[in-house]
Design a protein around this ligand. Structure first.
Ligand code: CO
Length: 460
């Protein structure tokens, strides 16, 4: 019998995060939710990653309400979110009580699958989120942040999969956020994992370097069960391979794919008009849709590349992009070869920008990079360059324990503090994750309800 390959649709999260910096408001995708629900996907990735931040920061949406609205229109499809382990949806580590409550509430509000990763592949930063997911009755997808470096071997990845299984993972995701994995590498990696576990494997990659299509074909050959794709108008470039293209190719090769073509056609027709609006207003820049083989050297993930370009454009320094991209792998090597994924991708990217624009390496250092050098993000794959670490830390000694163990619980105290403003635990969680954004959101909401006329001050 033909082997069945399942699909995760990414247009609601990663595809638009990668191409248009997550600027897709609820109303823009709402008309398609019932169609996506009927199409027969394994799951729809629709929450987490940057969506939470962007909802509050730019779209004036309550991310929790967005999730409930999606859930209401999609009763039949598993809703998936991306969670940065102990970082949850933010950029630094949180206390365990916050991580547990966040996961519980995400599941209560409609999430079925939580894809959990750690930017350093340090499983001690994933454990609390994994266990909370299992306890809440959702599917914990233990995730490998794929990267290539002299210290990342197949044996290490297989050992990590075993640890994730022990923590309760019921699927394994290989997350190639940079689109840098090659067809032979994925074949070997999937084969090695399949040899060591019977858990289903999901593959996530980006088209950035153009390798994604042959990579999916070889991954399927090696036994991958689920692939992440984006409906064609939001596919390619820094986004995922096109759903319809993969359906066509896999069926031709004799695999069973249960997606409904009339649904994907309807989605494609609709999202084509949405995409064209973003091209017209300049949000979707042509470079984000192009194939860039330089990423094979620079290992820059899709989202990071479009963010870097946007940042440099705003600073009127887009002409320094090549220098920044050349500096990025050097910073990464100094930092002990972290995979480039949120938040390490931003940290390394910003540091590369600083190193180039300041004219001296590590003259300007972000507080995140300082914390990283102190060991607050976890154990790095290889030791941090000692000279750089000394320049950044001075006499300070780095820690070797799990950083979250040193953090005091925050939930109860925040509940107390937000009395009268927060209406629910969800509000409290938003506030802990993004205090300024959530406070402003709640105050605006309150003012609206009390019918007070306010004007908002733009945050610097
Ligand atoms: Co991605």
């Amino acid at each position: 019998m033909a082997r069945k390959i399942q699909f995760v649709e990414t247009v609601l999260r990663d595809a638009n995060q990668s191409l248009i910096a997550t600027r897709l408001p609820f109303e823009k995708f709402e008309p398609m939710l019932e169609t996506i629900d009927k199409a027969g996907y394994y799951a729809a990735e629709c929450w987490g990653g940057a969506t939470f931040d962007v909802c509050l920061r730019y779209l004036n949406e309550d991310p929790w309400e967005r999730l409930r609205k999606i859930r209401a229109k999609m009763p039949n499809t598993k809703l998936q979110m991306l969670l940065r382990g102990q970082n949850v949806l933010g950029y630094s580590h949180y206390p365990d009580d916050f991580v547990k409550l966040f996961v519980t509430k995400a599941v209560e509000n409609g999430i079925d699958v939580i894809r959990i990763f750690d930017a350093l592949n340090d499983v001690k930063n994933m454990k609390v989120a994994m266990e909370a997911t299992v306890n809440a009755g959702a599917i914990a997808s233990g995730t490998i942040s794929y990267t290539a470096s002299p210290v990342h071997t197949l044996d290490k990845y297989v050992a990590m999969v075993k640890e994730l299984k022990e923590m309760g993972a019921s699927t394994i995701c290989i997350k190639d956020m940079s689109g840098i994995i090659g067809p032979q590498e994925i074949y070997d990696l999937v084969s090695a994992i399949k040899d060591s576990t019977d858990l289903p494997i999901d593959l996530h990659t980006h088209c950035t370097t153009g390798l994604a299509y042959p990579v999916y074909m070889k991954a399927v050959e090696a036994g991958v069960d689920i692939i992440d794709t984006a409906i064609s108008p939001f596919s390619g470039g820094t986004s995922q391979p096109a759903t319809e293209t993969m359906v066509f190719a896999l069926r031709q090769l004799g695999y069973q794919v249960d997606l409904d073509d009339s649904c994907t056609k309807k989605m494609a027709d609709y999202f084509k008009t949405v995409r064209d609006e973003y091209i017209a207003d300049g949000t979707l820049i042509p470079k984000a849709l192009a194939t860039d083989t330089q990423c094979l050297t620079y290992q820059v993930p899709g989202g990071m590349l479009s963010n870097l370009m946007t940042q440099l454009k705003q600073m009127d320094a887009l002409d320094r992009l090549e220098e920044v991209l050349a500096e990025t792998p050097k910073v990464r090597e100094d930092m002990g070869y972290p995979p480039l994924v949120t938040p390490t991708s931003q940290m390394v990217g910003v540091q590369a920008v600083n190193n180039v624009l300041a004219g001296e390496r590590y003259k300007r250092v972000s507080k995140e990079i300082k914390a990283y050098c102190r060991g607050e993000y976890g154990t790095t794959p290889a030791p941090i360059n000692a000279e750089v670490q000394a320049k950044i830390l001075g006499d300070e000694k780095p820690i070797t324990t799990r950083f979250a163990d040193s953090l005091e619980p925050v939930v109860d105290a925040t509940r107390e503090k937000l009395q009268g403003l927060a209406k629910s635990d969800e509000d409290v969680l938003s506030y802990i994750a993004f205090p300024n954004l959530a406070e402003k959101f709640m105050e605006d909401r309150k003012a609206k309800e009390e019918n007070i006329c306010t004007y908002s001050i733009v945050e610097a």
